[in-house]
Structures are given as C-alpha cells and as structure tokens.
Design a protein around this ligand. Structure first.
Ligand SMILES: CCCCCCCC/C=C\CCCCCCCCCCCCCC(=O)SCCNC(=O)CCNC(=O)[C@H](O)C(C)(C)COP(=O)(O)OP(=O)(O)OC[C@H]1O[C@@H](n2cnc3c(N)ncnc32)[C@H](O)[C@@H]1OP(=O)(O)O
Ligand SMILES: Cc1cc2nc3c(=O)[nH]c(=O)nc-3n(C[C@H](O)[C@H](O)[C@H](O)COP(=O)(O)OP(=O)(O)OC[C@H]3O[C@@H](n4cnc5c(N)ncnc54)[C@H](O)[C@@H]3O)c2cc1C
Length: 627
C-alpha cells in the first residue's frame, strides 16, 4: 500500500525523543541542519540517481561517475556551498570517485608537507580543480613497506631538476585512485638520491597529463589497473598504474617542509620529524574512522527495519507470525552492531578533535603527541574498519535471502567498504604499529617518563611493570599476541570515549538513557566475546561472566521497543540508503516485486540466446547446433 507507514507501530513504541537523538548523532544542531538539507537536495535531484549502478558496464559506470563529479562540482559552485556542505554533498552522492583522493590526500599532502611557497603555488589551483591530483605512493612490489619503494628521484645539479624513474617492473606505481584516467598531477613518493647517496622516501609533485588534451606527458606510461571486487561499487574509481622513464621535474617540486635539497645538491633535514612525510595518512585514517560509523549505521538501519518487517514462524491461532527482530538470536547479532555504530560515531568525533589538536601542535613545532596520534589513528582505523566490514556482512545475513539481492543495498555497500581494511594501511600492519607504541610505553614504565593521554592507564596495570624489561625482545615471535593486545587497547579507547560522551550534558527526553543502554551493550558484548581472555587473566570470575551475559539479555530487551527509532535517528534518506529492505515506510514486498521486473533480463519474455542454446538442448539438436 503506497503512502502507508508499515513501521508506524514500531515508531509509536519508542521511549525517547528521536529528533534530539538526531542532533546527538549529527554532532550539533548546526551539523544536523546542514546534513539534513544536503541529503534532501541530493535525494531530490535526478542528476544524482544511483539505483541503476549495478547494471552498468565498467565504461558506462566510469563515465557516469565523471558526469556526477562534474555535476556535483557545478552544484557546489552554483549554490556557493561551504567546504562543510560540499563534503556532505560528496557523502550523500555516495559514489567513490577521483575527487576523494584529490580532496582527501593530494591537498592534505601539500598542506602538511609543502613549504609556504609551495602551498601558495599549488593549493589555489587544486582548490579550484584547475589541476586534479592523486596520491601515488604504493607500487606493484611494495605497499605496506613504504621505505621499500623503488621509484627513484635523482637530483641533477646541472639542470636543477630531479629525474623520476621506475627502474623495475615492481617499481611501477600501482593502485593510486584517480591515477588511471583522470589525474593531471600526482604526489609521487620516491627514493631520493642526492650526490649518489640515498636519503629515504620523499614526496614529489609530478605533472602526469597535458592540461590541454589530457595526453600523458613524455616519459609516462599510465592506465587503469582493471576491474575490482563487486559489480559497480569501487569500479567507479580509476585506480591506476604508472611508470616513469627518466621524467624531469624542477627541484622546487619536491615537497620540502620536512627536508630540502639545495641547488648545490646539499640535503638538509629540518628540525621537524621525518614522520611528517606520513602526515597525509594520519589525516585520512582519521576520516576513515569517522566514515566507519556511517557505513555500519547504514547497514544496521537496513537490517533493523527489515527485521521488524519480516515475519517467520510463531503464528498463534491464525494470527500474524513473529517479527524476526523479536527472536533473541536476531537481537544478539543485531543490537551489538547498533551499539557499535553509535560507539564508532563518538570515538570518531573524539579522533577528529585529537587530529585537530596534533595539527595545531605540529604547526607550532610541538611534536610531542605525534606518536600517540599515530597509534590512535592507525589502531582505530584498523579496529573500526574490520568491525564495520564484518558488520555489513552480518547485516546481509540478518536479512536472509533478500539480503543477497543487489536491491537490498548490502552487497554493494560491502564491496565498496571492504577495501577500507586494506587501503590506507593494511589492518594487521597498522595494529603492529600500535603494538610497537604500547611496548615502547611498557619499556619506559617506572622511568621518569610517565605515560599520559590514552596510555595513562598503563601505570595502573601492575603486572605490566613486571614484564617491562623483556618487551623489546621477541617482538616478531610474539607479534600475533601483540596484535591482540593492540586490539584490546583500541577497544578500551572506544569504550572510554563512549563513557566520556555520556558524562556530557545530553538534552532530550530519554536520549541519555538510550545511549547508556547502548554503551553497556557495546562494553558487555566485548567482555562476552573475549571472556576467555578475561577469565584466563583473572580479571573476572566465571560468576562475573555469567552476570554479564544475563545483563546483556536484559539490555537487548530494553533496546527492542526503541530499535526502529534508534536507526531513524541516523536520518538517512531512502536515496542514501539505496535499499528496498531498509526503506523508511517498510513497504518492502511490493517494492521488491516491482524492482524485479525492471531487471534487464526481464525486458523480453524469451531470453536472448534461446534459439542458439536452449532450443537445441530441448530439441535434442545439440550435436548439430552452431555454438
Ligand atoms: C562524485 C561526487 C564528487 C563531489 C566532490 C565534491 C568535493 C568533495 C569534498 C570533500 C571530499 C573529501 C573526501 C575524503 C575521503 C578520503 C578518502 C580517501 C580514500 C583513501 C584511498 C586509499 C589511499 C591509500 O591507500 S594511500 C597509501 C597508504 N599506504 C599506507 O598506509 C602504507 C602503510 N605503511 C605505513 O604506514 C608505514 O610505512 C609503516 C608505518 C607501516 C612502516 O613501518 P616502518 O617501521 O618501516 O616505518 P618507518 O621506519 O618508515 O618509520 C617508523 C617510525 O615512524 C612512525 N610512523 C609511522 N607512520 C607514521 C604516521 N603516519 N604518522 C606519524 N608517525 C608515523 C612509527 O611509529 C615509527 O616511529 P618510532 O618512533 O617507533 O621510530
Ligand atoms: C581500493 C584501494 C585503493 C587504494 N588507493 C591507493 C591510493 O590512492 N594511493 C596509494 O598509494 N595506494 C593506494 N592503495 C594501496 C594500499 O594503500 C595498499 O594496498 C595497502 O597499504 C596494503 O599494502 P600491500 O598491498 O602492500 O599489502 P601487503 O603488505 O603486501 O599485505 C599482504 C599481507 O601481508 C601482511 N603483512 C605485510 N607486512 C607485514 C608485517 N610487517 N608483519 C606481518 N604481516 C605483514 C599483511 O597483514 C597482509 O595480510 C589502494 C588500495 C586499495 C585496495
């Protein structure tokens, strides 16, 4: 039935002020207004249609993405959108594109690693999109091991230029988004060689394509690396391959905030740490954490609404069957994911603050919090993306068979999201970075250097004092255990930031109580999942473990009447959700039925290929058929 809200009875059950929760989710009343306005603008504009994506060929999809990016840019200019509004527009357009890497990596790299002069020259061009940049770090042979990159940048003092060269096949740049077909410029990372000496990996601004006709400049071999996981999905992005054949660039195109090469061929290191070369990664990892709560909440919204619509078994006296959301097993799989979405939202907010703080300090040449910021961004990126990718897949299963249909929105969401576990630092590699930071801290316990900030708790963990002398030995041997320790540290961070959020004033009837329930679910679910570790280390007794489990069940019952309202609070439009199963009005079955008939296979009753392949089979003429 068109126009009927099939979930109205669920919405009537809720015990809190949903509008107030929408503001908590958005971060502030202002953020809510911006997000709400832009989401409706995108949803109502046919130029941003996306429901046909999975049926397009790669070439059609890519061209359509180019059109959308140009249209988005025109909208941004015509409507004089602010940076905040433009970022929201990108979010609701919901399509990976070269613009992500341009705004998310190319520009931040110039801002973080370029000198004042370089910023003045390149940023205005990039902000107006008169040049389009990509971030060319990874190579065919090396991604995680950045110091192992093989591309070389050799200084030629005769001409005051660097010669950028790919000496081997494995030194080909491989993966950079936007590189394949669009970018005019790259920040290319290469091993700097000055006066015959290797000086480590540095970033260089390299023009790739002509600004007149887009043809690759001399010495560049460049193209797309091919189809990726899932139809549609991340294939809207032109991840690329690039080889340099002795390409010359002016000396002033090396990003020189961290270290400089003079025209005489002298290599000089500033007093800023070398790690600033990795600054763009710090920035992007922080945005990836914020994005995790969006992707997870989207999947959870779909699975929760559908679980309230779907009925299986349990009919009494011919009455309706049981809504699957009422099964305790469904709740125990779904509600921890709902709680995780909120938990990741708040830790993402906090990480944004931490990033702003470290950036301010770096500008004032205070580098003291950089290692902690690196550990937090790396660790939380790893934790939240792993949990979100797994969570999206769990939501697909929670929707039964219909979750496997593209029209559920979940297969594409998974396919677009899952590479987040690999890009911007492979998740295990990042956890090893956290483990290294933790072990360094443990080795310093008892010295005059007291752990502060997110590791302050370590002084309170007595048995860490006993193991501090041995921690630098056997790191590699114990790395699998250390990775688990790193995960536990990050989980503690998420829980503690959720608790800190609850200590703030939160207006709105019943809002704080709902968040307390979700926070307890998140924490107790982790305790339940890892109870073996807690029991074996004597942190809890079997009685505690049983109590935690009882409490979890009771908390799930408290969430149940509020579940639909808790996902409504994300304020997602049907356009953004892109899911028949998750549509606001819950009118799932007629929509699924109608959508099926729109599939290209249903354009004709008898399929193409009938006369060639089916009829000869049926008529036993297969031996004489021309196949
Ligand atoms: C269609 C619509 C269009 C609309 C358009 C409108 C406008 C849009 C507006 C806005 C849009 C914005 C969108 C933004 C979205 C952004 C999304 C981007 C998508 C991302 C794509 C993915 C990109 C990539 O993948 S780039 C490549 C990333 N690569 C990696 O991450 C490599 C991983 N490896 C590493 O990080 C390191 O090399 C390592 C740390 C693992 C290596 O270890 P190592 O021991 O060998 O290290 P080193 O010896 O080099 O150094 C050790 C030392 O350094 C410290 N360290 C390491 N990393 C860092 C760091 N990042 N920061 C600080 N410190 C660091 C480390 O701790 C060690 O310190 P010690 O003290 O211990 O020595
Ligand atoms: C969709 C997508 C977009 C991307 N966009 C860009 C981009 O715009 N620009 C760019 O430069 N790059 C980009 N990349 C590349 C990406 O950053 C790398 O793929 C990523 O950093 C992982 O590196 P790798 O591929 O070398 O993995 P590997 O390091 O080869 O990982 C393979 C396995 O080895 C393990 N491993 C590696 N090292 C260790 C270790 N020290 N100890 C224990 N285990 C280890 C890993 O855990 C993993 O299981 C993109 C990648 C993808 C998938």
């Amino acid at each position: 039935m068109e126009g009927v809200d099939h979930l109205a009875h669920e919405r009537n059950k809720s015990e809190f002020d949903v509008d107030a929760m929408k503001i908590v989710w958005a971060g502030s009343p202002h953020a809510f207004v911006v997000s709400d306005r832009i989401s409706k603008l995108v949803a109502s504009d046919p130029g941003f249609r996306k429901d046909n994506r999975s049926t397009l060929s790669r070439k059609e999809l890519f061209k359509n993405t180019l059109r959308k990016a140009a249209y988005a840019w025109k909208t941004i200019i015509d409507l004089h959108l602010s940076e905040e509004e433009a970022a929201k527009l990108r979010f609701y357009v919901d399509e990976p594109a070269f613009t992500d890497v341009h705004w998310g990596m190319f520009i931040p790299a110039i801002k973080g690693q370029g000198t004042e002069e370089q910023q003045q020259k390149w940023l205005p061009l990039a902000y107006k999109m008169q040049i389009i940049g990509c971030y060319a770090q990874t190579e065919l042979g090396h991604g995680s091991n950045v110091q192992g990159l093989e591309t070389t940048a050799t200084f030629d003092p005769q001409t005051d230029e660097f010669i950028i060269h790919s000496p081997t096949l494995t030194s080909s740049k491989w993966w950079p988004g936007g590189l394949g077909k669009v970018a005019t410029h790259a920040i290319a990372y290469a091993l700097l060689i000055v006066g015959g000496r290797e000086q480590g990996v540095h970033g260089f601004i390299v023009q790739l394509r002509s600004l007149e006709d887009h043809s690759p400049l001399p010495g560049m071999t460049v193209g797309d690396i091919g189809m990726k996981f899932g139809n549609g999905a991340y294939n809207a992005m032109d991840n690329g391959v690039l080889r340099f054949d002795h390409v010359r660039i002016p000396r002033n195109q090396m990003l020189m905030r961290v270290s400089q090469v003079t025209c005489e061929g002298k290599y000089k290191q500033s007093d800023v740490p070398r790690q600033l070369v990795y600054g763009a990664m710090l920035y992007v990892r922080q945005t990836i954490v914020a994005d995790a709560s969006c992707a997870l909440s989207r999947a959870v919204c779909i699975a929760t609404r559908y679980s309230a619509v779907r009925r299986q078994f349990g009919s009494q006296n011919g009455g309706p069957e049981t809504q699957v959301i009422d099964y305790k097993t469904q709740q125990s799989r779904l509600f921890p994911l709902l709680a995780s979405a909120y938990a990741f939202r708040f830790v993402g907010e906090w990480l944004k603050w931490l990033y702003a703080d470290v950036t301010q300090r770096l500008q004032a040449n205070d580098f003291s919090t950089l290692p902690e910021a690196h550990a937090c961004t790396a660790g939380l990126k790893s934790l939240t993306t792993t949990a979100t990718a797994d969570g999206i897949e769990e939501c697909r299963k929670l929707c039964g068979g219909h979750g496997y249909l593209c029209s559920s929105g979940l297969p594409e969401l998974f396919a677009v999201y899952v590479p987040a576990c690999t890009y911007e630092g492979e998740n295990t590699v990042l956890l090893l970075q956290v483990a290294r930071f933790l072990m360094k801290t443990v080795s310093q316990l008892g010295s005059s250097k007291k752990p502060v900030g997110t590791i302050a708790y370590m002084t309170r963990v007595e048995h860490l004092m006993q193991c501090r002398c041995g921690v630098q030995r056997g790191f590699a041997e114990l790395s699998a255990d250390l990775v688990e320790a790193a995960v536990a540290h990050c989980q503690l961070l998420v829980v503690s930031k959720f608790i800190e959020k609850l200590q703030q004033e939160i207006p709105g009837k019943g809002v704080k109580q709902q968040l307390e329930v979700l926070c307890n679910i998140y924490a107790l679910f982790l305790l339940h999942k890892h109870q073996g570790d807690f029991l074996s280390t004597g942190c809890i007794t079997p009685k505690h473990a049983a109590l935690a489990n009882d409490e979890l069940r009771s908390l799930y019952s408290q969430v149940r009447p509020n579940a639909i309202a808790l996902v409504d609070a994300f304020n997602y439009t049907d356009h953004y959700l892109g899911s028949i199963l998750g549509c606001y009005d819950g009118n799932v079955y007629p929509k699924l039925y109608e959508a099926a008939w729109k599939d290209p296979l249903n354009e004709s009753v008898v399929p193409d290929g009938y006369h060639q392949y089916i009829r000869p089979l049926l008529k036993q003429e297969i031996r004489t058929a021309r196949l």
